[in-house]
Write a protein that binds this ligand. Structure first.
Ligand SMILES: Cc1cc2nc3c(=O)[nH]c(=O)nc-3n(C[C@H](O)[C@H](O)[C@H](O)COP(=O)(O)O)c2cc1C
Length: 339
């Protein structure tokens, strides 16, 4: 058991990224039941809905899982309200993942509740701040990652710098991890584990739209691009998406409605350039929407149950651990405490 497994109670040092609209209770619970760390995306969900979603996960797994917030999108008050609603329902072994820095009150609520706070950052500056806020795990996001980007460094470089600065911190890498071999690579580079998002988009349990799932399966790294185009609902943060007719140099078209989507029992219009992803309940011009996708898509093949993917990771991880046991001290496969 290594430090990330130990911190969060996981069989495998692998976290599933919270993904707004995609990572609902089904995906989160499936990943956790398989022994990795599932995460329930709270995105813009109101507190009543947060309670329902958390209850659904609790009903389907007794394994540790996380809830995921995005303070930059919700703002501090709504983020804190989401967290309060979630913390009321969460078992003690659950954890909280935050995309970017939460404010001090929200961080304090999580830490005081005894749950581990996992903060995803893209710079050393934010890593310092996250540790000061009480983060028990840092997720270092590289620019290979799908979705919104928190920094400007590739994952290996950020990891190298962060490991030198915080020798004892629990560090996971986000971006570029879609196979057990990728996980072993980041462990050898000094990480304690990894977080993966793109890998889980096409899973059976993901709520992504079928066309988007197939696009991710068919894509390779160069089919993705970093843009600022899909800024309605989440302005001013670059994001990595699949190239489509809106991501080129063409002048911006009017932000007329191009689709409708289902949320909380209602149908909502989706404007062109919306940050919303196409989900199973979306109808309209799916191909023109924001299809977030990381460079790791080159190694994502087929639409599988999440447990099948986690099992593949486990086999590679355990085989690499066995071969290290016979050659070295066990390295990243062992916790500090049992080294
Ligand atoms: C479709 C998609 C949606 C995402 N939504 C969120 C989110 O709601 N909250 C969050 O913390 N991170 C989100 N992310 C970013 C991930 O946390 C993580 O940085 C990224 O998935 C890692 O790179 P990978 O996708 O190549 O594995 C999202 C990523 C993708 C691909």
């Amino acid at each position: 058991m290594n430090r990330l497994q130990f911190a969060l109670g996981l069989d495998l040092p692998l976290l599933q990224a919270g993904m707004g609209g995609i990572a609902g209770p089904e995906l989160c619970a499936a990943v956790s039941r398989a022994g990795a760390g599932g995460a329930l995306a709270l995105y813009k969900e109101p507190p009543e809905r947060v309670r329902e979603l958390v209850r659904a996960v609790v009903a389907s797994t007794s394994r540790p899982f996380g809830v995921n917030v995005i303070p930059e999108v919700t703002g501090p008050a709504a983020c804190r309200a989401q967290l309060r609603a979630a913390l009321d329902q969460l078992p003690g072994h659950a954890f909280v993942t935050s995309f970017g820095l939460p404010d001090a009150d929200a961080a304090h609520d999580v830490v005081r509740s005894g749950r581990v706070l996992v903060i995803q950052v893209g710079t050393l500056h934010d890593a310092d701040a996250a540790l000061r806020l009480g983060a028990g795990v840092l997720v270092l996001q590289g620019t290979e990652a799908g979705g919104h980007l928190l920094g400007e460094l590739p994952a290996a470089r950020l990891l190298h710098e962060a490991r030198a600065r915080y020798p004892d911190a629990v560090l996971a890498v986000a971006g570029g991890v879609a196979t057990g071999t990728d996980l072993v690579r980041v462990l050898v580079q000094g990480a304690d584990g990894a977080m993966a998002g793109t890998l889980f988009i096409p899973t059976v349990e993901s709520a992504a739209h079928p066309h988007y799932k197939q696009r991710v399966v068919d894509a390779s790294a160069d089919d993705t691009v970093v843009t600022t185009r899909f800024d309605i609902g989440w302005p001013a943060r670059p994001h990595r998406v699949l190239r489509n007719s809106l991501t080129g140099q063409a002048p911006r078209h009017p932000a007329t409605f191009i689709a409708t989507t289902g949320a909380g029992g209602r149908r909502l219009p989706v404007p062109r350039y919306s940050a919303a992803v196409p989900v199973a309940a979306t109808a309209g011009r799916i191909e023109e929407m924001a299809m977030y996708c990381g460079r790791s898509c080159s190694r994502v093949a087929g639409q599988h149950p999440a447990a099948v993917l986690v099992e593949q990771f486990r086999r590679t991880y355990e085989a690499a651990g066995r071969s290290r046991d016979t050659s070295t001290e066990g390295g990243p496969w062992k916790t500090r405490s049992n080294r």
